[in-house]
Design a protein around this ligand. Structure first.
Ligand SMILES: Nc1ncnc2c1ncn2[C@@H]1O[C@H](COP(=O)(O)OP(=O)(O)OP(=O)(O)O)[C@@H](O)[C@H]1O
Length: 745
């Protein structure tokens, strides 16, 4: 990388930017009080106060409302970034009243928009662009930290639980914040992730003038360290990007309570900043009260130190803010007088240090020799040689600092401090590695437990699937059986209904036949009665013929019975005779009856045979058959009815079984669903653990350049970025990135 930055020029840039009028200011007054010079290097304010003379302020550059973010970057920030890449510390900060446009300038209204993005995203992008396009033998590391000074307390925005950090100073590190998180990053995107993370933790309040006004000073710092792989020289530079809290007039903002206390402390730190700047610019060296506020103490090395500084005064162009604008411009004009003496933060290589050490040893050996010679001379002159005394460190320092070895001693001291720092760092790294290894072991054991669990779950699921399959087969079989059973049942029911219908028809037929038979029987009885009458007649005839043939007097029963008792003797005979006659008659009658019965039987038989027609006989036969059929059908009907009731019982049982099986299937399906959900969960857990495990393993190998963590970005491990691998194209200002959160610093 060729030097592109002339260290002898522009060590302190003070620029001024006027934003457009806002709606309120436009309504308040349309009078223009600001006039920017043609060459953009001064601005005049036409005071409206009585007799107020126009005030002119010179600056390195004055931006008007039409100047783009890109222009501001080129003039105000690029020289700082170039300096940092050369190993020169750089600080850029925006100063101005509340709603003067500081956040707009530093961060921009849209962090993702290549046109609207502010100075900070452009600077970060440019640092990585320069790294990617640097010479191949250069190796870089980039660390970021993000802090906030709120109510005179320093808070680590990358670890917000650290909220009252102390400022320390030593020879090696200069002024630094003790215990602040410094995260290694290897891409611009990672830096933006850290910024987003830190910005979420920022304290932002609201006041009447700017509802989103920042109530704290925010300092985003990048430490860029580059090692030359050819001569092993190292350059380290810090870049501070500061968004100051708004300076405000308490009376105007209407602050009270906590806001009032905030305003007092904000104003105090800004006033201290003014005092420090004034002290730095006074020709007569006076005490610079850096320690009066955390802000000035932290920026001590940027203000009047060995770095480059760019201060942008953000102002309103409105008459309404005339006084605030004048006061901000005065502050800027004073700051312009600060003289910084930039110095490249170069560190000696080991070889150089060894050489210095050898030179120092040689020098000491030479001195010892000389001392010995001088002591011998003293002894020869009889002068007593004083005892060796332990020199006070300050005496030692005074003696040698002013002497020829001051530089060597200083370098040795630096070397000792660097070594102790390196030892400290390596111990810290060892601890980190150990921690990462422990974590990795823990993850491994969790992973193996999870694996076993998954295996067990897999086998459970397999068993479950098998039993589910068996059950499904069973259900399938049962369903098929049930269906054929139902088909059979319905066939039987149909058959039974048909039989019932046939039976009904037969019953009707039988009824008809019965009626016919009844009628026929009536005819037969009638015929029998007629025949009885005829038979009586025949009987009488036979009797008459018999009496005639046997010359018996015709006897009337009534006559016989009316015989008188007076004529007993005569009658006795007669009686005897009558008895005999009666007996005879009786016997005759019996014979006649028998004969008649015999005759009747014969006749009946013949008659019946004769009287019955062929059809009737067939009908009779048919009736007999039908009666027998009827009996069989009735029997069958009863059998079918009992079969039907047995079947309906079976059907109910089958239905209940089917319901139970369906319920079982439903429960099994629910269980399967739950098991699937569980399996899904386990798989996700395994995935998460595998990823975490892989990340942890990578971390434990040091030098890994894994992405930021999912929850809190992780950046404790050093990541080297080789120069010249340069496919990186920052596309300033057209750079496009996917940042989902806009940063309001
Ligand atoms: N150059 C500019 N062009 C267009 N709008 C601007 C410009 N500068 C500032 N603004 C607008 O002015 C308003 C106030 O700006 P900003 O929030 O940056 O002020 P601030 O100085 O950061 O305020 P605070 O100190 O209260 O945080 C914002 O709406 C911002 O978009």
């Amino acid at each position: 990388m060729e030097p592109s930055y002339d260290l002898s020029q522009d060590n302190t840039l003070v620029l001024c930017r006027f934003r457009p009028h806002n709606d309120f200011e436009r309504e308040f007054s349309s009078k223009e009080i600001v006039e920017i010079a043609q060459d953009s290097q001064s601005v005049t304010i036409f005071q409206t106060k009585e007799k107020g003379e126009p005030l002119s302020f010179p600056f390195d550059y004055v931006f008007d409302e039409n100047d783009t973010q890109s222009t501001v970057y080129e003039k105000a920030a690029r020289p700082i970034v170039d300096g940092v890449m050369e190993g020169v510390n750089g600080t850029i900060f925006a100063y101005g009243q509340t709603s003067g446009g500081k956040t707009y300038t530093m961060t921009g209204p849209n962090f993702e928009d290549p046109v609207d993005m502010g100075l900070i995203p452009r600077m970060i992008t440019n640092v990585f662009y320069q790294i990617e396009n640097s010479l191949e033998h250069l190796e870089f590391t980039v660390r970021v930290s993000y802090s906030e000074i709120y109510m005179e307390k320093i808070r680590d925005l990358l670890a917000p639980e650290h909220d009252n950090l102390k400022i320390r100073e030593n020879k090696i590190m200069g002024v630094y914040v003790e215990g602040i998180t410094e995260s290694y990053t290897s891409t611009g995107d990672e830096v933006f992730e850290w910024m987003k993370y830190g910005t979420k933790n920022r304290t932002v309040g609201a006041n009447n003038m700017n509802m989103k006004s920042s109530r704290s000073h925010a300092i985003f710092s990048m430490t860029v360290s580059q090692t030359n792989k050819l001569d092993y020289t190292t350059r380290i530079a810090k870049l501070h990007m500061v968004d100051l809290a708004g300076s405000e007039k308490v009376s105007k903002t209407g602050a009270e309570g906590l806001r009032l206390e905030e305003a007092k402390l904000i104003n105090k730190s800004l006033t201290t900043l003014g005092i420090v700047i004034t002290a730095l610019t006074e020709s007569k060296k006076s005490h610079v009260p850096y320690r009066s506020s955390k802000l000035t103490r932290l920026l001590q090395q940027s203000l009047g130190g060995n770095g480059k500084m760019s201060l942008i005064i953000c102002c309103s162009p409105s008459l309404y803010n005339e006084q605030e604008t004048i006061s901000s411009l005065r502050f800027g004009a004073r700051a312009k007088l600060i003289k910084n003496t930039p110095k490249v933060n170069r560190e000696y290589t080991l070889a150089e240090l060894k050489l210095l050490l050898a030179q120092a040893r040689e020098e000491i050996r030479r001195k010892d020799k000389r001392i010995k010679v001088l002591e011998d001379l003293l002894r020869q002159a009889g002068i007593a040689i004083p005892e060796m005394v332990d020199l006070d460190e300050s005496d030692f320092e005074d003696e040698y600092r002013d002497g020829a070895y001051a530089d060597v001693i200083q370098e040795l001291e630096d070397l000792r401090s660097r070594l102790s720092e390196e030892v400290e760092n390596s111990l810290k790294l060892k601890e980190d590695v150990k921690e990462a290894q422990t974590e990795s072991e823990e993850y491994k054991s969790v992973y193996s437990v999870m694996e076993q669990h998954i295996k067990y779950m897999d086998s459970q699921i397999k068993n479950f699937e098998n039993s589910q399959k068996e059950k499904e087969d069973l259900i399938e079989k049962l369903t098929v059986g049930k269906e054929s059973y139902e088909a059979e049942l319905s066939a039987i029911t149909t058959k039974m209904l048909e039989q019932e219908q046939k039976l009904n028809e037969r019953e009707v037929e039988i009824e008809i036949l019965k009626n016919k038979l009844k009628n026929m029987k009536g005819d037969v009885v009638q015929q029998q009665r007629t025949e009885e009458d005829q038979r009586n007649e025949v009987k009488k005839e036979i009797y008459r013929k018999y009496t005639v043939s046997h010359q018996l007097p015709p006897i009337k029963e009534s006559t016989i019975e009316s015989v008188s008792d007076e004529v007993y003797d005569e009658q006795k005979w007669r009686e005897e005779k009558r008895k005999m006659i009666r007996d005879l008659q009786k016997r005759i009658s019996q014979v006649v009856d028998l004969e008649l019965a015999l005759e009747e039987a014969r006749e009946n038989y013949a008659t019946l045979e004769l009287t019955m027609s062929e059809g009737e006989r067939a009908l009779k036969k048919k009736t007999d058959v039908l009666e027998r059929n009827l009996e069989q059908l009735t029997l069958m009907y009863h059998q079918l009815a009992s079969q039907k009731s047995a079947l309906s019982v079976d059907k109910q049982v089958a239905e209940r079984k089917s319901q139970r099986l369906q319920e079982k299937i439903r429960i099994l399906e629910d269980q399967l669903k739950k098991a699937n959900v569980e399996l899904d969960k386990c798989q996700r857990e395994i995935k998460y653990l595998t990823e975490t495990f892989e990340k942890t393993s990578k971390l434990s190998m040091l030098g890994s350049s894994g992405g930021l963590g999912a929850i809190v970005p992780s950046g404790r491990i050093r990541k080297s970025i080789k120069g010249g691998v340069g496919s990186f194209k920052p596309q300033i200002p057209e750079v496009t990135r996917n940042y989902s959160v806009s940063i309001n610093m």
